[in-house]
Design a protein around this ligand. Sequence first.
Ligand code: HEM
Length: 537
Amino acid sequence: KKDHQVNEESKNKQLETFRARDYEHSMTTNQGLKISEDEHSLKAGTRGPTLMEDFHFREKMTHFDHERIPERVVHARGFAAHGEFEVYESMKKYTKAGFLQEPGTKTPVFTRFSSVAGSKGSAETVRDARGFAVKFYTQEGNYDLVGNNIPVFFIQDAIKFPDLIHAVKPEPHNEMPQAASAHDTFWDFVANNQESAHMVMWQMSDRAIPRSFRMMEGFGVHTYRFVNDQGEAHFVKFHWKPKLGAHSLVWDEAQKINGKDPDFHRRDLWESIENGNFVEFELGVQLLEEKDEFKFDFDILDPTKLWPEEDIPVKIIGKMTLNRNVDNVFAEMEQVAFHPGSVVPGIDFSNDPLLQGRLFSYTDTQLIRLGGPNFHELPINRPVCPFHNNQRDGYGRQTINVGQTHYHNNSLSNNKPDTAPEEDGGYVHYQEKVEGRKVQARSDSFKDHFSQARLFWNSMSDAEKEHIIAAFSFEIGKVNDMNVRKQAVDMFANVDMNMATQVADAVGVEAPTDVTQSSESKSSPALSQENTAKVPD
Ligand code: HEM
């Protein structure tokens, strides 16, 4: 046995002989002192003031005073469950990820669904994108697939995320509206950041008011990489397909349900699992050979574009079953920390500029949300495989690092290698060749904001089109500033003139006469001639 394990065991054994068995059900302080009185504080006389000396009162109240932690800056309202993922088909040819090698391999998962804009207590059937985050506890470490129920995103570059979210969250001067996207600021952002067109079409469709967490698709959104044991890579996009099919509410229902049961989605998920109706999603992948990277009229690094499934079919490779509710919402759902940067060997990133920025943001926010650098030790975040390195200390540290040396490359621990872990094979970043000038720009096709938005509109049935027009009319109709209404309507004339004309009529602005906007985002810096020439490097 390793030295530190022996130490730990003998320490526990020693303590065990002293354990006070008759305490099992007694109320105690955090120091283990039995409490005789939990309802009356200590006072000077029956009518006198409370005494500071009452350590039990102080401890109880202090702990309560510190119960709240910051809610997530986005996706604050959500619900989660445990389950497992089972592989149907080996992905060996494409990736060396251990959990995808053999059909039948099962991996425990924890999956959290969420809305994006509302606060932690907001109603659940609002019009919004939904988060779909899955933590796979694999034998090679945790892998997080942190996706949404819409396959594209509002913006192309992470640097705009704070702007997007400031526009979406309740307006700062009056904190209204609370749950759904703010109206004036949201539509002002959309009209001035036209790369949002495609996602806004999805957002105005029935996809943004799902009937249930059990009945929505999930998407990784970004292009990722699979890398096999030969070091060969494929581009990959991830999809979750609900076994129950994708179903939506209609807007009128959604609004009424929000009033009657703001917990509608969590109740539905919780009760299904409690009743043994386990929740199933199949995992699909779209795979693209590296040599085909430039075959499309869009850039595969652009997160506002999807890969048409007619061209690159979704291959179903496994199934996730959510079959166990949590024991405690705070400990598990609130403290879980997902991160698109948690990957395992065989899964790697692409240069999608939205993904690249996300790789920074999640740990950064969790450092404050979960109170310091040790949140990976919380039970819900711990990998199932052992983890050790030379990190130590920090707020809330639970691991007792043993031994004299906590630094890499040392001679003192030579005879006790387990107290000074060594590199021993493991994750190797894909060696993509990258060359170019430092520019704040992207390739030209990033400026096409409407082609796929149009495809989306054209793929809709008549009933779905009616719902989209009604959604635009409702949402833009809530905007106070008539100029913002007009800009938003004009922008969507680029998608469909007839649609925009009907919305214009409903929200009381002049109908667009022509496609008035250039397809380029007003605020995106145009590539300078010089940069344009250099970018395809
Ligand atoms: C949560 C940042 C784009 C899906 C979060 C959180 C942050 C964040 C700070 C809170 C995390 C926490 O407190 O634990 C960003 C940034 C983005 C971005 C900077 C763009 C640059 C996206 C995209 C998706 C997504 C494109 C979907 C593909 C999610 C989900 C959660 C989340 C599902 C909730 C995870 C949970 O349930 O705990 N994001 N996000 N985000 N984000 Fe993003």
